[in-house]
Ligand binder design. Structure first.
Ligand SMILES: NC(=O)c1ccc[n+]([C@@H]2O[C@H](COP(=O)([O-])OP(=O)(O)OC[C@H]3O[C@@H](n4cnc5c(N)ncnc54)[C@H](OP(=O)(O)O)[C@@H]3O)[C@@H](O)[C@H]2O)c1
Length: 272
């Protein structure tokens, strides 16, 4: 290993759930570009296949494969795991990215919003991880651990009031699950980290960031003054999954332009 190959992912297999759109697609492209063989899975199998074909046409060092998979039920997870087993003997990288949200005011947040959110964002993430451990262990080496990257959110760190009660709480749970699993799995040479993105344009955030005005408005709340871009996700994944990030576990990487450390005003409320 030389400094020139610190971020190289040649020979590694990754699974990115929800990898046909948004943050998952940004990650999948970053991993393929660095040389990985990336499996992309979500409920819309055809969309995953189409994204894989697109990535394979870009001349990157790695390859992509897409297929259907549902992380929100026990049967769906079992089927997804057997699809992965059919394709690869070991899994070096698991990116638990599939997620959903729900917006409703306090007093109107429906009972169902909790069940649906936690089933995918927390229960599904845990159960998929647990079910893929045998494949991850096959790839794990003391000098090159297998990697799990969970997708949390800046909303899991700071109490942002955007009517997403069940979502924000699910992401706080993802962050804590990340630390708990890191503690359990580090001795088995598997790192477990999370990224905690701020605002990134995607299907989920289309309603707010799908137009210039919305992006400019959101950028005002970000200390670095812009919304997230694909390179921010791709760079973080290349770091977390390569030799460069192999001594890091249990971290919640704040990919939010400084939002996680922003104070509402200075101590004495004075204009600066
Ligand atoms: N965009 C942001 O600003 C932001 C900020 C912080 C965190 N995040 C997190 O980033 C992750 C990706 O979200 P995104 O913003 O990129 O939105 P997105 O484009 O809507 O992506 C969500 C993905 O999850 C997949 N998915 C949904 N339900 C699934 C299921 N039951 N099984 C498997 N896959 C499922 C969807 O594909 P199918 O419909 O084909 O299943 C879709 O590809 C989420 O965990 C989200 O909470 C996003």
């Amino acid at each position: 290993m030389t400094p020139e190959t610190l971020f190289d992912l040649t020979g590694k297999t990754a699974l990115v759930t929800g990898g046909a759109t948004g943050i998952g697609a940004m990650a999948a492209e970053g991993l393929v570009a660095a040389g990985a063989h990336v499996l992309i899975a979500s409920r819309k199998g055809e969309a995953c296949e189409a994204v894989a074909v697109e990535l394979n046409g870009k001349g990157y060092a790695g390859r992509a494969e897409g297929f259907g998979g549902d992380v929100a039920s026990e049967e769906g997870i079992a089927a997804l795991v057997s699809e992965v087993e059919k394709r690869r003997e070991a899994l070096h990288i698991l990116m638990n990215n599939a997620g959903r949200t729900w917006g409703a005011a306090l007093g109107e947040h429906p009972y169902d919003a909790w069940d649906k959110l936690l089933k995918l964002n927390v229960q599904g993430m845990f159960h998929l991880t647990q079910s893929l451990l045998p494949l991850l262990l096959k790839a794990a080496r003391p000098e090159d651990p297998a990697r799990i990257v969970n997708v949390g959110s800046v909303m899991g760190d700071v109490p942002l009031g955007t009517m997403t009660y069940s979502y924000a709480v699910s992401k706080g749970a993802v962050h804590h699950m990340t630390r708990v699993l890191s503690n359990d799995l580090a001795p088995q040479h598997i790192t477990v980290n999370a990224i905690a993105p701020g605002p990134f344009p995607s299907k989920m955030t289309e309603f707010a960031l799908g137009h210039d005005k919305g992006r400019d408005r959101a950028a005002k709340g970000v200390p670095l003054g812009r919304v997230g871009e694909p390179e921010d996700i791709a760079g973080a994944l290349q770091f977390l999954c390569s030799r460069a990030g192999s001594y890091l576990s249990g971290a919640i990487l704040p990919l939010s332009g400084g939002m996680q450390a922003a104070a509402p005003s200075n101590l004495f409320g004075e204009d600066m």
